[in-house]
Design a protein around this ligand. Structure first.
Ligand code: NAP
Length: 441
């Protein structure tokens, strides 16, 4: 018998860890524990609906899930059906791959008003994440303000700007499509507290904004420096120069009057207050200058009236009970992935919410190396122990085959040309599996 390993979560970090473990320790058993009935985490619920090609990695993850060493336990939540310490009692190693699914608060007065929504919630809503089905964002607004200039901000702006025809081939969920596509939105402001050189979006994503059917990109040329100055690697400089060239192209292009929407890329402005009563009526910014890489207020202020503010300022992880959690960093404290003997962290819960999907691959490989060098197989109960415990607690774990039944129904329900129509509620997914499937309470 080889090592018994439980991986908590089933997003990219979880799958790259499992794949690396299969390579390094083919006699191991890997049980992937996921609180939702659906695997793939951020690929299913974070990647923008119109970036379907990015979701192709689900095929490779699916092959890993069906390897003889691996078992998927969907609809099982650590802290609900069993505790982390119970799980650690059953397995030689437990790997936390739970990601960063929460919103960071904007941290300015008024950020609790109705109509201020974090990007994790908003993206979850339009991607059919069961936690956010009932979010009901107010899209009855001409202006939308997105705070932050990362790729998530770009995703959100694009989804708000695209026409029904541009989204028809994708899996934007019905509840979001109906609301977004009937909204009176005309101006989408994406506002960065620093300058174009510091903006986090990447060039492919930025350029896409110049090819929208009904939306003109708007850039104030006076905010663009001539070149990418400052300390940075050659690679970063090339990337920043590309962004500058794209933004200059946007600034120089005449607005196409046939296009009804505008996406404003606006720099050097930090939010200072959300305005209104109980609901958002606008947002106030302070003009900034960048000094030593930091945004410094200039004492000049301006306001944008709007009913919706989306804070796309990065995600954070939920506190993981029974772990040494670093509240400031929003990660489980770890030494390059090692948390405590037999407990490991990978992906965003290890290093914070940055990097692309592939960044998790070396993370997963490093974790697998640590596990196989740190540990030898013990007599812990492993998979049998987990199954017994879940049976005793009347849980209803879902297998990967169960997920495939749900997936098949989603594909069968899709609009013509679209890849799938997601079930946004857990109860709907379980209903597909029939009477035997009872949601874990
Ligand atoms: P991000 O790249 O870290 O961007 C966060 C943005 O929010 C930055 O512009 C940041 O400005 C700003 N910000 C942070 N705190 C702020 C505050 N208090 N007030 C005002 N602005 C604030 O985060 P993300 O967009 O959530 O993306 C997360 C990761 O997923 C990134 O690595 C991203 O590349 C990746 N991703 C990739 C894709 C893709 O490849 N297509 C798509 C989506 C996400 P400062 O720089 O000044 O802090």
């Amino acid at each position: 018998m080889g090592l018994s390993i439980a991986v908590v979560g089933s997003g990219p970090a979880a799958f790259y860890t499992a794949a690396a473990l299969i390579e390094k320790a083919p006699d191991c058993t890997i049980d992937m524990i996921e609180r939702l009935p659906t695997p793939f985490g951020l690929i299913r619920y974070g990647v923008a609906p119109d970036h379907e090609h990015t979701k192709n990695v689900m095929k490779a993850y699916g092959r890993t899930a069906q390897a003889p060493q691996v078992r998927f336990f969907g609809n099982v939540e650590i802290g609900r059906e069993l505790s982390l310490s119970e799980l650690r009692g059953l397995y030689d190693a437990v790997v936390l791959a739970v990601g960063a699914a929460r919103d960071r608060p904007l941290g300015v007065p008024g950020d609790d008003k109705e109509g201020v929504i974090g990007s994790a919630s908003f993206v979850g809503w339009y991607n059919g994440h069961p936690d956010f089905v009932d979010l009901a964002p107010n899209l009855e607004t001409k202006n939308v303000v997105i705070v932050g200039q990362g790729n998530v901000a770009i995703d959100i702006a694009r989804v708000l700007a695209k026409t029904p025809e541009e989204m028809a081939r994708f899996d934007l969920v019905d509840h979001a499509a109906q609301k977004i596509q009937s909204a009176p939105i005309e101006d989408i402001y994406m506002i960065g507290r620093r300058g174009p050189i510091e903006a986090k979006f990447t060039n492919v994503e930025l350029r896409e904004m110049g090819h929208l059917v009904n939306c003109n990109p708007v850039v104030d040329a006076s905010q663009l420096p001539a070149t990418a100055e400052g300390e940075m690697s050659d690679r970063d400089r090339r990337m920043k120069e590309k962004n500058l060239a794209t933004l200059k192209g946007f600034a120089d292009a005449p607005a196409d009057s046939a296009k009804k929407k505008r996406i404003h890329f606006s720099f050097y402005a930090a939010p200072v207050a959300v305005l209104g009563g109980s609901k958002v009526e606008g947002i106030r910014f302070e003009r900034t200058a960048v000094k030593d890489g930091r945004a410094v207020g200039t004492g000049q202020f301006f306001e944008i009236p709007c009913r919706l503010v989306i804070a796309a300022i990065g995600y954070c992880s939920a506190k993981v009970p029974e772990t040494p959690f670093d509240d400031r960093e929003g990660i489980v404290k770890n030494a390059d992935g090692r948390v405590e003997p037999g407990l490991y962290a990978v992906g965003w819960i290890k290093r914070g919410p940055s990097g692309v999907i592939g960044t998790n691959k070396p993370d997963g490989e490093a974790c697998a190396t640590q596990i196989t060098t740190d540990l030898t197989p013990s007599a812990k109960a492993g998979r049998n122990g987990l199954e017994n415990l879940l049976r005793a607690r009347k849980a209803r774990p879902l297998s990967f085959a169960d997920w495939q039944v749900i997936e098949k129904a989603e594909i069968a329900n899709a609009r013509p040309g679209a890849p799938r129509r997601k079930f946004p509620r857990v109860a709907e997914m379980l209903a597909v599996l029939g009477a035997g499937a009872v949601a874990a309470s």
